[in-house]
Design a protein around this ligand. Sequence first.
Ligand SMILES: [Zn+2]
Ligand SMILES: [Zn+2]
Length: 212
Amino acid sequence: MSFSNSALAIALLLAGLVAWSFGEYVLHRFVMHEMRGRGMPSREHLVHHADPERNIGRPVLSWIGIAVVGAVLFLAPGLFLLGPSTGWATYAGWLLGYGIYQQIHNRAHSHGPRTAYGVCVRRNHFFHHHGHPMLNHGVTSPVWDKVFGTYAEAGRLRIPRRHAPNWLLDGDGKVRPEHAAYYEVVGSADPSDRMAAIDRARAFANLTLVAG
Ligand SMILES: [Zn+2]
Ligand SMILES: [Zn+2]
């Protein structure tokens, strides 16, 4: 198949983006959390859960993994069944979706929100980290959590102080007033070795981190 019409190319790219959105949910829930540290993707992700603000992940490794999964899902059938152009267009959408996801996830941890969407992304994702790691797996969108019954409203979150993102606190260590309706920080800021070991054990058991 060749593209005589660019609308088809755009439709396939969008299909790849939607496929990524579903993949974001499935990979996060089943490959990373349900596996409880078995296999590198799960281990890498649960290390992120053990210290979310300092262990954001290894981007090169993640890109390789996602590129390989996408190649198997889209390039191979595209080349052998549906035509190379179909495969490449959906693969491009898949990779674009992953790039957008990675940017949104990293910024959720490193920068405060600037839009209403940014507020929702952070509340939803910080609920996943500090409310319930087996809920709210979608980062860019809650749609698949709603479809599969793993969505919960974030409510007001209690975050252990040593895991509070920098953007949440002012110079005195207080929650900035614009975030006070949604977040409070509890416990000590001291990241001791003992607490780090507890954090790791709890993260690998899909439990929330506790205040020290
Ligand atoms: Zn995260
Ligand atoms: Zn997670």
